[in-house]
Design a protein around this ligand. Structure first.
Ligand code: AVJ
Length: 352
């Protein structure tokens, strides 16, 4: 733990670096054809709708309304992950800072409004903050505000879909990178993709990288099922809103009233599954094609994998990360994990 006066002074003030991406207009939801999605993405959505069973990537849950619905469902008593993770960060902030070490290059993956990372600035004292998010516009506003509150931390905004690999510009120092991936976002990857993602991070980590991960844990199915099928129906609205986004993205003609939200814990695969299920036989059309859904037929919209301490350690080690710390809440519902690149551990041993 470091007292305030022991922190390394950070005096370099730098302007924000803005990296514009092709998705800069992705937030334009004024109706009609969506500007931000590429033809390739639209083709991928169509392929998913035509496959058996039908499936759509969970990233399409997050249009403007979907993002608001997600923010709202995080306030539900049933949806424990957000507040449980925040409580772990708060309770263990000094241990987290000790594990991470001072002056890290904090790389925030899926930064959004940057609030989670900012809550750790005080203890982590990063020398450089790199906020990465698909939505570059949203990020820029958040970072402008943040930079004025923390003038001594260098900041870089990157509009990037890092799910297929992270590309950091030259100005991001290659040493002492700390990848921050909270909110159980890792849960949206299946086992193979999670392995690929974490291996890729290790490779782009440079020297002495570390990882701070928030992950949801396996628990009683009743608790999990309630978190994804809440009494107010906010998660149902969040899921059903995907159909409106598809109508906008593909000019499809889904009628939301023909569909119902289904969510359950698949114990065998250790994942929550969210589906949209046809309430009756329906025909859905979009330019160039259509699909019939029988009554009860489903579209798989999200998987949210749940880990155990052991399965998480195995995943990390398999991807070249050495877990150093595992923090959890008193009920053991959620975990925050710190890991280092395996070379960094041996380097440290050499020094010691
Ligand atoms: C943002 C992917 C972590 O899996 O819990 C919340 C999304 N889906 N309720 C999760 C979500 C339904 C959430 N993640």
């Amino acid at each position: 733990m470091w007292a305030d006066h022991e922190r390394k002074p950070m005096s370099i003030h730098s302007p924000l670096v803005r990296q514009h991406s092709a998705d800069d207009c992705a937030n334009d939801q004024g109706g009609g054809i969506a500007a931000g999605q590429s033809d390739a993405e639209r083709a991928e959505i169509r392929r998913g709708l035509l496959s058996s069973p039908a499936q759509v990537s969970p990233k399409y849950l997050y249009d403007t309304l979907g993002s608001k619905l997600f923010e709202s469902l995080c306030l539900l008593p049933e949806y424990y992950p957000t507040r449980t993770e925040a409580a772990i960060f708060l309770a263990h902030r000094h241990d987290i800072a000790r594990a991470a070490g001072p002056g890290a290059v904090l790389v925030d993956l899926g930064a959004g409004n940057c609030a989670k990372a900012e809550s750790l600035f005080g203890v982590l004292a990063p020398r450089h903050y790199v906020a990465v998010d698909i939505s570059a516009d949203f990020l820029r506003d958040a970072l402008d505000r943040l930079q004025s509150c923390h003038p001594d931390i260098r900041m870089t905004a990157l509009g990037q879909d890092f799910s297929q690999g992270l590309h950091l510009p030259q100005e991001v120092p290659a040493d002492n990178r700390l990848f921050f991936y909270p909110g159980s976002s890792l849960g949206n990857f299946g086992p193979d993709d999670a392995h690929r993602f974490l291996s890729g991070l290790r490779q782009s980590g440079g020297r002495q990288a570390s990882l701070l991960l928030g992950v949801d844990l396996v628990k009683e199915p009743e608790v999990l099922n309630a978190a994804y099928d809440d009494a107010l129906g906010l998660t149902a609205a969040f899921n059903l809103n995907l159909l409106r986004n598809l109508n906008r993205l593909l000019q499809a003609d889904f009628d939301v009233r023909d569909w119902t939200h289904v969510a359950f814990f698949n114990e065998q695969k250790s994942r929550i599954e969210m589906h949209l299920q046809a309430r009756r036989a329906v025909l859905v059309r979009w330019p160039g094609s259509s699909r019939r859904f029988a009554e009860g037929e489903r579209i798989h919209t999200e998987s949210s994998y749940k880990y155990t301490r052991a399965s998480l350690a195995a995943l990390l080690e398999g991807a070249g990360w050495q877990p150093t710390d595992f923090w959890t809440d008193p009920a053991g519902w959620f975990a925050v994990v710190h890991a280092r690149t395996q070379t960094a551990v041996s380097l440290q041993k050499d020094v010691a």
